[in-house]
Design a protein around this ligand. Sequence first.
Ligand SMILES: [Zn+2]
Length: 253
Amino acid sequence: MAKTEKQREAWRRWYEKKGRVSGALRHAEWIRKHKREAKAIQDRWYAKHGKEWGAKYREKNHEKILKRQRLRYERIRKEAGPKAPRPPKKEKTSEECRAYQRAWYQKNIEKMRAYGRDWARAHPETVRANGERYRRENRGHLLAQAKEWKRKNPEKVAAIKQARYARKKGAEGRLSAEEWATLLALFDNKCAYCGVPLDNRNRTRDHKIPLVRGGSNRSDNILPACRSCNSRKNTKTHEEFLAYAYPAGTANP
Ligand SMILES: [Zn+2]
């Protein structure tokens, strides 16, 4: 496949006319269109020169290749014209960096969360170990935090305790926060039995049929009651309690 001097000269002229880049692009295009033929040419080349030919050539002609590259870059630089001066790099303060990172995170929050979830799912052992270590190292802080949350959310604490108790008694159903709010509104935020106004300190959920007597934990079995009525009622049903607290003839609010 050696080219004759004449052929080489023709190629050189063609390259000069079309420009090197265009020539390289056409070459790549030809290979794309003639895959089988290109492969055959390559195979023949390798059969003749061996697969290591390229590596050997590069080793032997290291200097020459470097020089060729340098010339090529110089040519490209010259063609591109004078370089535009680079704008002076602004020194960012750490505050700006953090703000930038925050903004970036906010912008990509869904992506980052999905990434975190995938990572956690792929590394359950690491996640567990990290969690254990974090809880061990921040025990005091976490306990204080939990205490503070309980102080601020007595309603939720009561609901959690009550739900736990209901589960323990095997009661069916569950009272949602919305249902509880509806019940409170229905009774004007007053005790269903004595009518005393309810607040965070005295508000309780009374089970009309107590859980211990097989009552459910659904909203149709729950009434808002003051702590006092609830403890007096104890394990009575609401009917038994009304008969006991307000015997016939006495006022029943
Ligand atoms: Zn009451």
